[in-house]
Design a binder for this molecule. Sequence first.
Ligand SMILES: Cc1cc2nc3c(=O)[nH]c(=O)nc-3n(C[C@H](O)[C@H](O)[C@H](O)COP(=O)(O)OP(=O)(O)OC[C@H]3O[C@@H](n4cnc5c(N)ncnc54)[C@H](O)[C@@H]3O)c2cc1C
Length: 291
Amino acid sequence: MNILTPFEYFAPETLDEALELLATKENAKVIAGGTDLVVQLKEKIIHPANVIDIKHIPELNEFKVEDGKGAVIGACTTDAFCEFSKELQAKFPAFSYAAGEIGGPQVREMGTIGGNLSNSGPSAETPASLICYRAQLVLVSKEGERTIPVEDFITGNRKNCLKPGEIIKTIILPEPDKNTYVKYAYVGLRRSMEIDVANMCIRLDVDGDTIKDAMVVMGSVAIKPLISEAVPAVLKGTKIGDEEVIKKAAEAAQSEVHPITDVRASAQYRVDVIGALTRRILRDLADEIKK
Ligand SMILES: Cc1cc2nc3c(=O)[nH]c(=O)nc-3n(C[C@H](O)[C@H](O)[C@H](O)COP(=O)(O)OP(=O)(O)OC[C@H]3O[C@@H](n4cnc5c(N)ncnc54)[C@H](O)[C@@H]3O)c2cc1C
């Protein structure tokens, strides 16, 4: 039976209180939605002596989207809130879509964006789009705050650069340029409650029908989100929707990934999926841009 190892539970009401607890309580873990953490507790992967619930702290639930100023999203904002926010759907559609593809509705009502990032799983849904939107994280501890790009936050399989006593406070999304288009897609083995076989987000910065710049981030094919160097090199300076270029871009993406075989997919299938995702996203982006 999955009986939890005993721990002390704290529910601080302010950020200062939470940071004090984190700095002073031994072997402490924060819990937000608990959709990852409770599984790890039940499976006895982790054995915290103290669990600090940060979900209802006002500073961690900030949400602001302003014209010309992008968005500020508190770490404890739920996946479901980001899925259904009209403002995020309009300004950051790929991120809103990615948040809406996490687990099922119950998981998204509980789970938070800060939790998704901090868990730092290789197949996590939100990092690829946040990296493409050049999102930054504000990390906070008793010592103060620091800001770090999402691409530098995740350092390995379930590893990140959080220091002891530090948590994610907010996610900052800069205002996207009107000539920037971002799309996220993934392949899983069933329609929901699946873990991605592979996922990908592509950002295109365009000038008329020419690709000025591009960014491609791939998930579930390495220990952390993989930022492509080869695909932007293929895409830059080409015409949107050129089938020859799309084919070469897919081959370039496939040449960069060296995924593992696991219960969900073989390494070769993941490489095939990466090719398919590249073609699908680039064609979808071409249709969207030409509209
Ligand atoms: C059935 C099921 C299906 C799922 N499907 C998907 C899926 O398709 N895609 C996907 O990406 N994920 C999936 N998940 C994982 C999970 O739901 C998400 O990662 C969720 O967003 C995690 O948020 P949380 O608030 O529940 O995190 P928690 O479980 O509360 O915390 C996760 C980790 O992050 C730490 N943490 C939480 N918040 C912070 C913070 N602000 N600062 C520092 N550390 C923090 C915790 O200490 C813990 O280590 C699934 C989970 C379940 C149970």
